[in-house]
Ligand binder design. Structure first.
Ligand code: AP5
Ligand code: MG
Length: 221
């Protein structure tokens, strides 16, 4: 069962919208850990675990990982003591089943929850993901909009950057299709409950960040 207290921020947005980039920045500023199901799954793949081997092909095709695995990795991560004051979710919940599970568990603790949608068009998504470069340590760059200091090398750990398997054009199309089908009903839920902040994601990384912080302050976070 999820143990929940205080602040929970949930980042939504299509693949490549910048939700991971923004979640990391907010995490540092508000001292809340980020729980990214995508990152957790990629770590399992990198570590060649049983889970990693099971999800590798699925993720590279842009499909969702099995519910059983998502529940497992979320529960494992949430047990960590660093989530005491709250946390940031990036990439979860992603369908109605996951939303219902989260809601069921949210009721059991005192919690201030807000959903943040980083809104960008499909056209912008394609342009961004084509230039994304990532590091095994979790850092994300863009060759034009957020380049590393040394070309192809991570600023944080000096490792070689690479292109994610699911950033191929055909896979991006499939991820976008699933996003629009599965995530829209979840956004409706937060919107109806007055818990949805919509941010224009088609601005510079810094401006998007400023807009998010402004909204969080309005909501006393
Ligand atoms: P996940 O890792 O969550 O991928 P995603 O949702 O497709 O989102 P991305 O990480 O691709 O994009 P982002 O919005 O974080 O953008 P970023 O900040 O990197 O999930 C991966 C896969 O895991 C899923 O497809 C699925 O298979 C599986 N999975 C995960 N969660 C699951 C779940 N709950 N259930 C089932 N399966 C699950 O930015 C993108 C690029 O743009 C970067 O290069 C960045 O530098 C650049 N950028 C960022 N902001 C700006 C800006 N404002 N202007 C210009 N460039 C920008
Ligand atoms: Mg991400």
């Amino acid at each position: 069962m999820l143990k929940i207290n205080k602040t929970i921020l949930i980042f939504f947005g299509p693949p490549g919208s910048g939700k991971g980039t923004q979640a990391e920045m907010i995490s540092k500023k508000f001292k809340l850990p980020t729980i990214s199901t995508g990152e957790l799954l990629r770590q399992e793949i990198k570590d060649r675990t049983k889970t990693g081997k099971e999800v590798e092909k699925i993720i590279s095709k842009g499909k969702y990982a099995p519910e059983r695995i998502i529940k497992e990795i979320i529960l494992k991560r949430i047990k960590n003591k660093d989530v005491k004051a709250g946390y940031i979710l990036d990439g979860y919940p992603r369908n109605k089943k996951q939303l219902n599970y989260l809601i069921k568990n949210l009721k059991q603790g005192e919690v201030n929850v807000l959903a943040i949608l980083v809104d960008v068009s499909d056209k912008e998504v394609r342009s961004r993901l084509g230039g994304r470069r990532v590091c095994g340590c979790g850092a994300t760059y863009h060759i034009k909009f957020n380049p590393p200091k040394k070309k192809g090398i991570c600023d944080l750990c000096d490792s070689k950057l690479y292109i994610r398997d699911d950033d191929k054009p055909s896979v991006i199309a499939s991820r976008l299709k699933i996003y629009h089908k599965e995530v829209a009903p979840i956004l409706d839920y937060w919107n109806k409950n007055d818990k949805l902040i919509k941010i224009n994601g088609e601005q510079s990384i810094e401006k998007v960040q400023k807009d998010i912080i402004k909204e969080l302050k309005k909501h006393k976070i």
